[in-house]
Write a protein that binds this ligand. Structure first.
Ligand SMILES: [Zn+2]
Length: 250
């Protein structure tokens, strides 16, 4: 019996240390709209977007979800977390025509100030369909304002709404806990850090270009790196880098 206890203990210690030392990398890609407007640098057509996603899958990338990152269930370097910012109406077509058929679940960064009320924004029912399919949601402020000291000083109430009101609306509308906030324009500040902590957020996404290490280094929890995909040279650079990652040469 003692021997059994010993073996079980050894097994548990091994499992715990394997989990503790397992490490991976995730490339977080940030998209915006899918309107087919070639003059807007953050926009891609549905066929362009589909081709990009298929290329990444063919190169062997796995599309992971944020919950897998939090549970340290990510191995190796060939991992992508797809984020779509701003809740543009075209997100719905991109999801149903491209992502869902490919089995990809994006994380949506939403600001409730426009949802359901502006023609160019997603409706709550569209968001709920994606949520029921397993897509995750982060706050992106309330009205997509600047998270700066200047905006705080000039509009203190609006500044607070970016954190508190956004969180409470998303949580009550979608029935989930929102622990993540995506900085509009990638901008944060000391006052934003202080406010988002008070509001109960635990993770903040910036636009610092780097792969995310998993487990997440605690010092980076409020500066999670992302690559904003823009057309032309921006996309060429990002997809070139990912291609080298896929070949194991980076
Ligand atoms: Zn945005």
């Amino acid at each position: 019996m003692r021997r059994l206890y010993f073996l079980v203990t050894v097994f548990l210690v091994l499992m715990i240390s394997m989990t503790a030392f397992a490490s991976g990398k995730v490339y977080i890609l940030c998209y915006h709209t899918f309107l087919g407007k070639s003059k807007i640098c953050t926009d891609f057509s549905i066929p362009e977007f589909r081709a990009q996603m298929i290329t990444l899958q063919q190169e062997g990338f796995r599309f992971v979800q944020w919950k897998e990152v939090l549970q340290n269930r990510v191995q190796g370097s060939k991992n992508i977390l797809l984020m779509i910012d701003d809740g543009n109406i075209s997100t719905d077509a991109a999801y149903h025509q491209v992502l869902k058929p490919l089995g990809i679940k994006p994380m949506l960064a939403l600001y409730p100030g426009i949802l359901n009320t502006r023609k160019f924004a997603l409706t709550w029912s569209q968001i709920k369909v994606m949520q029921q399919d397993g897509c995750e949601v982060a706050s992106h402020g309330y009205f997509h304002e600047y998270f700066t000291q200047k905006f705080h000083d000039e509009h203190p109430k609006d500044f607070d709404n970016e954190f508190y009101l956004s969180k409470s609306i998303l949580e009550s509308r979608l029935g989930l806990k929102i622990n993540e906030i995506v900085y509009p324009f990638g901008i944060s500040s000391d006052i934003a850090t202080q406010t988002l902590k008070s509001a109960g957020y635990r993770y903040g996404f910036s636009l610092r270009q780097s792969p995310l290490s998993v487990p997440i280094p605690p010092a980076e929890a409020l500066d999670l790196p992302r690559y904003m995909v823009t057309r032309g040279q921006g996309a060429t650079a990002i997809f070139g880098m990912l291609s080298r990652v896929a070949k194991g040469s980076q």
